[in-house]
Design a protein around this ligand. Structure first.
Ligand SMILES: Nc1ncnc2c1ncn2[C@@H]1O[C@H](COP(=O)(O)OP(=O)(O)O)[C@@H](O)[C@H]1O
Ligand SMILES: [Mg+2]
Length: 407
């Protein structure tokens, strides 16, 4: 790019007022002072946890609800404020917030214990000690500390998928083993069915209190967005129609407030790039496309190689036939590509499962058509737009030779 045009870009930024007053207010870790439509939940949580201010142990709480329904936000709000109140009144209360899904932090029982110990000011090596030693250290540390601990295990389903539910049993037992310390667990899950999968003993101790966060409806999301628009944007920078559109789209997607905020943020970025002064509905539509595309690319990148070959086979066939492709044809091509690629071809049955998985992930749209006495075969509609196909080519090109990629 020529230097003069670069300086034009930068000048256009220095000489004008942008859309944003405080862009950080649209980021995922921003904590809004106003949390509409969750006043009741926040109050209930506050009452549930307040007994620590009288040195009593609250019930363990289990919170569940779909992504983006405000669970993490509300628990943080309540525990922050509780921590302050405890400090002011000199109560011995410690809040531990652990997001079980964040990176590698807690993918083993050992790591979780290391994390908990470090939050208690005890640094232990990341590997090498027997887990029992860590449990002992933890009990010692807790006995020394005393008082109440509120341990928030956010996205607890991720933790249990990786390390099983023994750990919860162990933690719920700590209160009995260390008499002067009381631990209250607040478990949070995005999967409503998660509690049903727990061992009944653990379930009953974990969910002494249960709280459900329902999805937001379009009007509720609109209120949330409007409050955020006031903090994040300069006056008149966002069209009312754009807010309505973001809310409607997010309401369709499980009432996810995070999605609404993402849509608004990306729409504003696209608007800024076009040097437009007002975020309108048009940018929200483009934002939706961009977010869907990014999501799909992430999903496809994360697939195992065999799945990627199935995707490539479908795309190649689709280009050739320009219409819905059939499972049998996909398999034949896949088999060839697998051999050419030095991989052992999976069975047709297994490939069929992979196709179902891709369907569930939203990469493709597979519909079953009956084929009489030859049994069932699936017609697969591939829903992809042109720009996505070229991005996919680039994504997959690094991993496979060019002759594979004929779409
Ligand atoms: N009632 C609300 N008011 C303001 N912002 C909200 C509200 N509910 C959710 N959000 C915002 O939406 C996003 C998702 O909320 P979060 O608490 O992370 O959802 P969950 O933990 O249920 O997946 C966050 O950026 C959060 O700030
Ligand atoms: Mg959360």
């Amino acid at each position: 790019m020529a230097q003069s045009s670069l300086s034009e870009i930068f000048e256009s930024y220095t000489n004008t007022v942008g859309l944003f007053k405080d862009k950080g207010a649209l980021s995922s870790d921003f904590s809004p002072s106003n949390i509409p439509h969750r006043e009741k939940k926040i109050e209930e949580l506050a009452y549930m946890l307040a007994p620590v201010l009288r040195n009593e142990k609250p019930s363990n709480i289990f919170i569940y609800g779909k992504t983006g329904t405000g669970k993490s936000l509300c628990i943080k709000k309540v525990t922050d404020s509780l921590e302050e109140a405890a400090e002011k009144s000199g109560r011995n209360v410690k809040i531990m917030y652990i997001n079980c899904k964040m990176g590698k932090v807690v993918d083993t029982q050992y790591r979780l214990l290391v994390k908990i110990l470090s939050m208690l000011g005890e640094n232990v090596p990341f590997t090498g000690l027997p887990t029992n030693t860590l449990h002992k250290k933890l009990n010692e540390k807790l006995a020394e500390r005393g008082g109440n601990i509120i341990m928030v295990l956010d996205e607890i389903d991720a933790l249990l998928e990786k390390i099983g539910d023994d750990i919860l049993y162990n933690i719920t037992r700590i209160s009995q083993d260390v008499p002067n310390t009381q631990i209250t667990i607040v478990g949070i899950s995005n999967k409503p069915t998660f509690v049903d999968s727990l061992d009944p003993r653990i379930r009953s101790s974990l969910s002494e209190e249960e709280m459900v966060f329902p999805p937001y409806n379009a009007n509720e999301i609109k209120d949330i967005l409007q409050a955020r628009v006031e903090t994040a944007f300069n006056e008149n920078a966002v069209d009312y129609g754009a807010i309505t559109k973001c809310s409607a789209l997010a309401a369709q997607e499980n009432g996810d407030a995070r999605r609404a905020l993402d849509l608004l943020r990306v729409a504003a970025e696209l608007c800024e790039r076009e040097k437009c002064k007002k975020v309108s509905e048009r940018f929200v539509n483009s934002a939706q496309e961009k977010l869907d595309k990014d999501r799909l690319i992430e999903i496809i990148k994360a697939q195992p190689k065999q799945s990627k070959l199935v995707i490539i086979s479908m795309l190649n066939l689709y280009k050739l036939e320009k219409k819905a492709v059939q499972t049998g044809d996909v398999y034949n091509l896949y088999e060839k590509l697998a051999h050419a690629n030095g991989l052992k071809a999976l069975t047709q049955r297994r490939v069929s499962d992979l196709i179902s998985e891709l369907d569930m992930l939203g990469v493709i749209n597979a519909s079953v058509v009956s084929k009489g006495r030859y049994g069932r075969t699936r017609k697969i509609n591939i829903q992809l737009n042109k720009s996505l196909v070229s991005v996919l080519k680039n994504t997959l090109a690094g991993e496979f030779t060019e002759d594979f990629i004929n779409f």
